[in-house]
Design a protein around this ligand. Structure first.
Ligand code: ADP
Length: 214
């Protein structure tokens, strides 16, 4: 089933056109890579799909419904899990606190948050000691915490911006394994990446080109 659909998306920052008539479809249970040179508009596209940036021209459908008609706060806190390039974790809080806070904000799982947060972080390979460590002191583990946080409200779509950009090859492969596991569980995974190793493992690759500017 098409879970997310971009229809003729065109976007400009002031007068600088960035995306021109971009159409893409994404199904559940599949992993997608979006690749292209720097400046091609990949992050902008992800931001539009995450509901963080308002659509200008064209439309984005989630489960057949236009994002224009949906409450973006609800969409971001229930349907779309977002993993930012720089993680955007609260570094003074522990890994557990970061995941629990996200659950609290999305208003779900009033009971048993701690247990669920523990399970999500353990699934990402964090030990009990690491879960209770401040995120700032978890250098290699921040990406895992960011993924666990994005899963805290059980979204159908995971959007990740360069999730392996700062990682060594071994950790990159481990993180990619996590994404592929999430795909097997039926989620739609969309990854913006420069890494050929990552895009080779995706089910489908979309290429974005830089727009020619006058
Ligand atoms: P990519 O992720 O492919 O590198 P981006 O979406 O980050 O591309 O950026 C696409 C273009 O839009 C770039 O030329 C960038 O300079 C420009 N851009 C990105 N964000 C802004 C912004 N907030 N204001 C103005 N221009 C921007």
């Amino acid at each position: 089933m098409n879970i997310l659909e971009l229809k003729h998306i065109t976007y400009a920052y002031d007068r600088t056109p960035v995306l021109n008539d971009v159409s893409m479809t994404f199904e559940d249970g599949a992993c997608y890579a979006i690749v292209g040179p720097s400046g091609a508009g990949k992050t902008t596209l992800l931001s539009l799909m995450s509901g963080l940036t308002a659509i200008q021209d064209g439309d984005i459908l989630y489960q057949g419904k236009s994002l224009r008609q949906m409450n973006m706060y609800d969409y971001r806190s229930h349907d779309a899990g977002i993993i930012f390039q720089h993680y955007n974790l609260l570094t003074k809080l522990t890994a557990l606190e970061n995941v629990e806070l996200s659950m609290e904000i999305s208003g779900i799982y009033r009971r048993g948050r701690r247990e669920l947060a523990r399970t999500l972080l353990a699934d990402m390979g964090l030990s009990d000691e690491e879960m209770n460590r401040r995120v700032l002191r978890l250098s290699g583990g921040q990406q895992r915490v960011a993924i666990a946080r994005s899963l805290s409200y059980d979204p159908s779509v995971i959007l990740a911006d360069e999730p392996t950009g700062n990682l060594d090859a071994h950790t990159r492969d481990e993180i990619m394994d996590i994404f592929l596991r999430l795909r097997e569980a039926g989620r739609c995974i969309i990854i913006v990446t420069h890494s050929a190793e990552v895009s080779h493992q995706a089910d489908h690759v979309y290429h974005l080109e830089r727009m020619k500017r006058a």
